[in-house]
Design a protein around this ligand. Structure first.
Ligand code: E4P
Length: 222
């Protein structure tokens, strides 16, 4: 894994995260309220879950604010940040009018921000102009709505690169190995995948078959 690409696991389920972590190709873990609800993690339990991810080897964890107004988002963000060291926690904020306000303040104070639920190129561009760490478009959901998601992500990528900002697209809602490979070909800086996809990327059947042959031959060596 090069320093130029960040692979995240998109989950709040400790069982499935433990099955994947630690692994050197995984940069971190992304969560959101929907994933927390699905995994049965309460608001109060969120910091402990994120600390457990760090203890499991995640280099960064991402958690989302749970308010719709800028002040509420900032309050949420500061509550979350209080528990973590510099750079460990990335605050996720929906790329709304209020979200951009809150994120700009957090960014100016030096906190890494991910603008999430990015559906339009101008939102990715705003994220970059505000110096966001990440802007997260949802590939699968874009495609569900009949849009050519890869073409839209490519457009976002070219706008972000043109700003010269260090912002990475962190593409979410990635549901297949093919989608993952197409995103790598576009040169996006980060992808978050459901943990169930990781074995498909790590455990190539032909490599495993070759290894079995080598191990059998190693056993048979004089
Ligand atoms: C992003 O934050 C979401 O957790 C996720 O990527 C959505 O994936 P889905 O559209 O496959 O549910």
């Amino acid at each position: 894994m090069t320093a130029d690409f960040h692979l995240y696991l998109d989950s709040a389920d400790l069982g499935e995260l433990r099955a994947c972590l630690p692994h050197p190709v995984v940069h971190g873990v992304t969560t959101n309220p929907t994933l927390l609800r699905r995994a049965g993690v309460s608001r109060r339990e969120l910091p402990a879950l994120l600390h457990e991810c760090l203890a499991l080897g995640a280099r960064q964890v991402q958690a989302q604010v749970q308010a719709a107004d800028a002040q509420g988002m900032l309050d949420d963000a500061h509550r979350l940040l209080a528990d973590f060291g510099p750079g460990q926690l990335v605050v996720k904020i929906p790329a709304t009018r209020e979200g951009l306000r809150a994120g700009a303040q957090l960014g100016a104070a030096g906190h890494p921000v991910t603008y999430t639920a990015v559906y339009a190129p101008e939102q990715a561009h705003f994220a970059a102009t505000l110096g966001a760490a990440y802007a997260a478009p949802y590939l699968g959901r874009l495609e569900d709505s009949g849009i050519d998601g890869l073409a839209l992500v490519a457009h976002m990528q070219s706008l972000v690169v043109r700003t010269g900002a260090p912002t990475r697209l962190l593409v979410a809602s990635v549901r297949s190995r093919e989608a993952y490979l197409a995103l790598l070909a576009l040169g996006v800086g980060a992808v978050t995948i459901p943990p169930r996809l990781l074995p498909e990327l790590l455990d190539h059947p032909a490599t495993l078959e070759a290894e079995r042959g080598f191990l059998a031959d190693a056993q048979a060596l004089a």
